[in-house]
Design a protein around this ligand. Structure first.
Ligand code: BG6
Length: 479
């Protein structure tokens, strides 16, 4: 018998830029994602200077939730979702980012979306910034390199907290704030923070300075949100890929432990309200000069989060015996000492399939932080085949999700982890973040759209649609 509470938030997750489309409608300004071209598995997405007329930008139309939101939300309701996680496109509200007044048409769009969700009793779970910084802030100020952008973010947060204070309870400040720890792939610093590295710069030092500004921005937003509505639950959101040692060799164990600090750094600050000692030692050892203003310590302490949201897709493994490969520009976040794990299979995009890693993650996080946890992304990106009769048999996705739900149940039932909910990623097909492809599909609802932007945008149900509906109805019993 499952001990998931009757209020357990079964849901689905999206990001505005990956499903909304309408990139220049309703007064929206261009965001950092609107200048990302399409890539592929192993082919990085390019960042263009501005929106070029002869380039294809997959996020511009995405899957056009902007015009289909009523139809889509009706499908989510039919599936029985209790919550829907998405983000507010920052550049819909502040098209350039530094205006004095917000864009009313953008605010109204989210009012309409939230009202439609509430009509079906679906609770919105909202990320303030999911890779959607206004392009102007990146070009004009260098994104979160600049303290000025902290003010712009806090103003944006204040405006939307105030506007939706009676419609949204669960918030997160920055999506996968820790992606940028991987400074080898320019995509992460750009989408997280609006930062492009300059020739000769120390990438890690720039990353930590940017991180400091975002941590301050996150803490200020949390404090502001609590002032506006003390009942808000405001969380951090990190990408978590646990790192296993390849053997019982103590060198491998310590190496994995050191790598794990890159995973823990952001939640350590956001949960505890101060910098962990291993990070301060690293700054000292490497001579990083991270500018912190007077009062920042207090800001961090006053802006601790209420829960930890995280994405979990896969685990990774390191060995002290391999020569680190720092050179290759990575598109998938692989580690310099990374090795294949012989006990784990991978998806077609090389993402390790490891449900036990989810239980392990929930335990490590819960032991470390003693805060409620929220799995706000998990899923299986794969190619789907549409049969002649229109059906789509996505058994591999059902198996992946079912095994991960078993793992989260074990973490709750057997380990006592306090878990708020589970929102699988992209329950309707959307544009892939890392590759910009459509063919890397996570959805339980298929969208007729291909990598080149062809297709009717018609929505249809995959086998996983009815399966997930049954899972929700049985509160996770019927897998
Ligand atoms: C997370 C992001 O990194 O993983 C999402 O928060 C993203 O935006 C998801 O889409 C899956 O990655 P991808 O590249 O397969 O879309």
């Amino acid at each position: 018998m499952s001990e998931l509470s009757k209020d357990f938030l079964w849901g689905g997750a999206f990001a505005a830029h990956q499903f909304e489309g309408g990139w220049n409608e309703g007064g929206k300004g261009p965001s950092v994602v609107d200048v990302l071209t399409a890539g592929a598995n192993g082919v990085p997405r390019r960042i263009t200077d501005k929106v070029e007329t002869d380039e294809f930008y997959p996020n511009h139309e995405a899957v056009d939730f902007y015009h289909h939101y009523k139809e889509d939300i009706a499908l989510f309701a039919e599936m029985g979702l209790k919550c829907l996680r998405t983000s507010i496109g920052w550049s819909r509200i502040f098209p350039k980012g530094d205006e004095a007044e917000p864009n009313e048409e953008g605010l109204q769009f989210y009012d309409d979306v939230f009202d439609e969700l509430m009509k079906y009793g679906i609770e919105p779970v909202i990320t303030l910034s999911h890779f959607e910084m206004p392009l102007h802030l990146a070009r004009e100020y260098g994104g979160f390199r600049s303290r000025k952008v902290v003010d712009c973010f806090v103003k944006f947060a204040e405006v939307v907290f105030e506007r939706y204070k009676n419609k949204v309870k669960y918030w997160m400040t920055f999506n996968e704030i820790n992606n940028k720890m991987d400074v080898r792939n320019p995509l992460f610093l750009w989408t997280n923070s609006g930062v492009l590295l300059k020739e000769g710069e120390n990438a890690k030092e720039v990353m930590y300075q940017t991180a400091h500004h975002e941590l301050v921005a996150s803490a200020l937003a949390v404090a502001k949100g609590k002032e506006i509505n003390p009942a808000f639950e405001i969380g951090a959101m990190v990408s978590h890929v646990p790192i296993y040692p390849s053997t019982s060799n103590p060198e491998d164990i310590m190496l994995a432990e050191e790598y794990m600090r890159d995973r823990y750094f952001f939640p350590d600050v956001q949960v505890r309200g101060y910098y962990p000692s291993y990070a301060l030692k690293e700054f000292e050892r490497k001579g990083y000069n991270i500018v912190m203003e007077e009062g920042d310590d207090e800001i961090l302490l006053n802006g601790k989060v209420d829960y930890l949201g995280f994405s979990y897709y896969m685990s990774t493994t390191v060995s002290s015996e391999v020569e680190p490969d720092e050179s290759a520009e990575k598109t998938d976040g692989g580690l310099p000492h990374g090795v294949d794990n012989p006990y784990i299979q991978s998806s077609d995009w090389g993402w390790a399939i490891d449900p036990t890693g989810l239980r392990y993650t929930l335990n490590r996080f819960y032991d470390r932080y003693q805060l409620p946890m929220f799995i706000v992304e998990n899923g299986f990106g794969a190619v789907d085949t549409v049969e002649e009769d229109g059906s789509i048999h996505d058994e591999a996705r059902i198996n992946y999700l079912g095994a991960h739900i078993e793992a989260l149940k074990a973490a709750v039932n057997e380990d006592g982890v306090d878990l708020i909910g589970y929102t699988p990623w992209g329950i309707m097909d959307i544009v892939s973040f890392t590759t910009g492809e459509m063919k890397k599909r996570y959805g339980m609802i298929y969208v007729d759209r291909d990598n080149e932007g062809n297709g009717t945008m018609k929505r249809s149900k995959k086998d996983s649609f009815d399966w997930y509906k049954k899972v929700i109805q049985s509160n996770g019993e019927d897998l």
